[in-house]
Design a protein around this ligand. Structure first.
Ligand SMILES: [Zn+2]
Length: 305
């Protein structure tokens, strides 16, 4: 069970406007509203560094718009921006897919990724845009010689609730096909299945439940491996991170505490290895594990390891 809001969006990031910019989100946030001329509408305050918000649209003085990246709680993202315009021209064609990397771009303050201005400001001009994003950059190629450690302390045994192609939420052909759910009580120590660098952490949520509507409330730690793939540890408990952004971790190192945040019928750990292919989709990858029975190409549903 999984589906991270950052990663699978549905109607996430939708906005439209006619003279008034009006972004309304599934979370119920109104993010950016401004009016042409002079009037400004005050908005409910946003949580600083809200992990669900990556881009923000604002008007510019020259009858235009600018789409800015906001400082998020992650170091790498792939973003796809879509939009339609009337009487406007942009700095690039849409859809536009970008790899954003902390260090190459400064995530601590907004910076523009797309701009558009009115072709004829004396006439009406309109736009409509949306975006989706994944944690991580594109281009990774999995090193298939790597065997992964089970993501918990040695000596523990955990049952596999769902494995590759599981019908509940790891369906064949879906972005999450090659994912594994380990049965795990809340507060269990989660360990890195493979070493790497921590590129995303979210542990502020305390909400979880049995339907997709809860997906956006999942806590997680995401680790980038040296082959450019990403390991994702999902459903962590509130404040359940033992690592920091940018930290280098070794395989088997404790990285978090399990829980049931997000789309989870009961507490468990969802683990997958993936590469983003756009802001909309990622490709999960089958990986092999080191077990007491040796290295196995796949963990089997119903078995304990
Ligand atoms: Zn899962």
């Amino acid at each position: 069970m999984q589906k991270l809001p950052l990663i699978s969006f549905k109607d996430f990031g939708y906005s439209s406007l006619m003279k008034i910019i009006h972004q309304s989100w599934r979370f119920g946030f109104l993010i950016a509203v401004s009016i042409f001329c002079s009037q400004i509408i005050t908005l409910p305050a946003l949580a600083e560094n809200d992990p669900t918000i990556l881009l923000k649209l604002q008007e510019t003085a020259n009858s235009g718009i600018e789409i800015d990246v906001q400082p998020p709680r992650l170091l790498e993202a792939t973003v796809t921006v879509k939009g339609t315009f009337e009487n406007m021209k942009g700095t690039s064609f849409l859809p536009l897919t970008l790899d954003l990397t902390y260090g190459k771009q400064d995530f601590r303050k907004p910076f523009p990724v797309f701009k558009a201005i009115a072709k004829d400001p004396s006439k009406e001009y309109n736009w409509d845009w949306q975006y989706r994003w994944q944690i991580g950059n594109r281009g990774g190629r999995h090193n298939d010689s790597v065997a992964y450690f089970l993501p918990y302390r040695q000596g523990e045994m955990h049952a596999i609730n769902q494995t590759y192609g599981g019908s509940f939420s790891h369906e064949r052909g879906s972005d999450d096909e090659f994912s594994i759910d380990f049965d795990m009580p809340t507060g269990n120590v989660v360990c890195a299945a493979r070493g790497g660098t921590v590129v995303a952490v979210r542990v502020d949520s305390n909400r979880g439940g049995p339907t997709k509507d809860f997906a956006e409330f999942a806590n997680y730690v995401v680790i980038k491996h040296d082959d450019g793939t990403y390991g994702r540890y999902l459903h962590l408990r509130q404040n359940g991170s033992l690592v920091k952004l940018g930290q280098v971790v070794q395989a088997r190192q404790p990285i978090g505490l399990s829980g049931g945040t997000g789309w989870a019928e009961s507490p468990h750990l969802h683990f997958d290895v993936y590469v983003p292919i756009s802001g909309e989709h990622k490709r999960s990858l089958p990986v092999k594990f080191v077990t007491k029975m040796g290295i196995v190409p796949m963990l089997m549903e119903g078995m304990s390891y």
